[in-house]
Design a binder for this molecule. Structure first.
Ligand code: C2O
Length: 525
């Protein structure tokens, strides 16, 4: 194992990823941020210098952080934000996992403003998958707003806005896309340069490309496709899969898919790569699939507009339903062990004439705590008198922190029911969960459950799952990772509206912890 060091200087600068200038939260002056790449077992040291006017924290999405919960980067949960002008070093090893991950700020909605990038972990086991591809490349896809997220937030959270999320102005691939400046209102104050370009991917006839797709956005699900080329899915959220052929793939925020593309078209030709924003997921009345988010695939190493490029004829997912995980088979066998306990949670927005537009999980709406819940928990456990209610909820946390304490070592069945009219991409920190079952139907049929003892072999595991509108998902995970772990909707507007809860695991180990002093010092500012 090696130690790999990265320096992140985070600052707000004017950039025009799609031709329209706006303040972007950039890492080392760039958007998107640098590629972090390591081998399994390596130590990562990421030195963050915060030159923003507000606090920040970096989360390594999908990494387990086993034994280093305080490096998980979740503001108000595992750390206080890094104050403006201060620096902090994330220091952790990457164990027992490899594949496609990413990083982003975990402080309010700032992740939508640019501080995102890919994080790829290699391992000897990955060699077994290399029979499927010759070239390995990252493809970042995300929605893009022409306004700073904090400027859009007050309207979104205002009472009576009926949960209508800000609609992205554009989408970008590798941080760039074309935008037609005539669509910008001339007295809006936006400066648009009519010289924006699309990303270009050069391919060589006869080679097979592994594209690691990462949706680094704030809100939109994309329908990804490449004209005239079928896709073979070989990984989802770090779990390698047997190749699944598809024409289109919907990818929700924070999800990752590796796809293999066989460059078998004629040398000299060009094709469109499409990432169509599924605006049906925005809850709008008329589903429109935005055709403008594209990149160029060129066999000829030029940027000529394709002449013989045809979009797939089969219908897109206009219902905004996620890819059914049961279609995916793990490449490396994984058995879901029997569960020892079950929790059911309900997610919904509560909107009314007199209510604020907040989201709730089991009746609790999350608000970032001033003292991270991890710090509160460790102190409480060491004071030895923290009591837990019979449902496992610590009595010591404030009402905005819904925390389930999973007693001792447990394997948890978790039923998430979505009572909202929109789909939610739910992410669990520090774990991958088995997707036992999911459905867009409103009610979970308990007669199909099979109980805690039911075991399932080779079920798909992932860390971010779309839970369909009025639908549900039954997940299972091993609660063997000590610490405080967020479970939340990854749509940044929804997380900020409170759609977040936490699990506390292995409090027996947590009570022996000493949180490193540099982490604790972040709270002294
Ligand atoms: Cu991608 Cu709470 O994280």
């Amino acid at each position: 194992p090696t130690t790999r060091e990265y320096n992140f200087t985070v600052s707000e600068i004017e950039l025009s990823p799609d031709g329209v200038f706006r303040p972007v939260v950039a890492i080392n002056g760039r958007f998107p941020g640098p590629l972090i790449r390591a081998n399994m077992g390596d130590r990562l040291l990421i030195h963050v210098q915060n030159n923003l006017p507000n606090g920040t924290a970096f989360h390594w999405h999908g990494l387990y952080q086993n034994g280093t919960n305080w490096m998980d980067g979740t503001s108000g949960i595992t750390q206080c934000p890094i104050p403006p002008g201060a620096s902090f070093t994330y220091n952790f090893t990457v164990e027992n996992q490899f594949g496609t991950y990413w990083y982003h700020t975990h402080y309010s909605t700032t992740n939508g403003d640019g501080p995102v990038g890919p994080l790829i972990i290699h391992s000897p086991d990955e060699l077994k998958m290399q029979k499927y591809y010759d070239v390995d490349q990252v493809v970042l896809i995300q929605d893009w707003y022409h306004d700073y997220s904090q400027a859009l937030l007050p309207d979104y959270l205002a009472s009576g806005s009926e949960n209508s999320e800000p609609v992205p102005d554009n989408g970008v691939i590798q941080g760039t896309n074309y935008f037609n400046c005539s669509a910008v209102d001339s007295d809006s104050g936006y400066v648009c340069e009519q010289n924006s370009t699309r990303a270009v991917f050069t391919v060589q006839h006869g080679k097979r490309y592994r594209y690691r797709l990462i949706n680094t956005g704030a809100f939109a699900t994309f329908e990804f496709s490449i004209d005239n080329h079928p896709l073979f899915v070989i990984e989802a959220d770090g779990t390698a899969t047997e190749p699944l052929p598809v024409h289109r793939l919907d990818i929700a925020v924070a999800q990752r898919y590796s796809i293999v593309v066989n460059a078998n078209q004629s040398a000299g030709s060009n094709y469109w790569m499409r990432a169509q924003m599924n605006t049906f997921c925005f809850g709008g009345p008329n589903p429109v699939l935005d055709p403008n988010v594209r990149a160029l695939i060129t066999y000829a190493n030029n940027t000529d507009e394709p002449t013989n490029s045809t979009d797939w004829k089969d219908a897109m997912d206009v219902q905004c339903v996620g890819l059914n995980s049961s279609l995916l088979t793990p490449f490396f066998e994984s058995e879901a062990p029997p569960a020892t306990t079950m929790y059911a949670i309900a997610a919904n927005f509560q909107i009314g004439d007199y209510a604020l537009d907040r989201a709730y999980i089991n009746g609790t709406s999350w608000v970032m705590a001033d003292v991270p819940t991890l710090n509160q928990a460790v102190a409480g456990l060491q004071a030895a008198n923290t009591s837990f209610t019979s449902s496992g909820v610590s009595s010591a946390f404030s009402a905005n922190q819904y925390i389930i304490d999973i007693p001792d070592y447990a394997v948890v069945d978790l039923l998430i029911t979505n009572y909202d009219e929109g789909a939610h991409p739910f992410h669990l920190h520090g774990h991958t969960f088995w997707v036992l079952a999911s459905s867009p139907d409103q009610y979970f049929d308990w007669s199909t459950y099979g109980g805690l003892n039911k075991t399932l072999s080779n079920v798909m595991r992932r860390d971010t799952l779309m839970i369909d509108a009025y639908g549900w998902a039954l997940l299972r995970f091993k609660a063997d990772n000590p610490g405080l772990w967020a479970l939340h909707c990854h749509i940044s507007w929804h997380m900020e509206a409170g759609l977040l809860m936490q699990f506390q695991a292995r409090n027996d180990i947590m009570r022996t912890w000493t949180i490193p002093s540099d982490v604790l010092e972040l709270c002294l500012a």
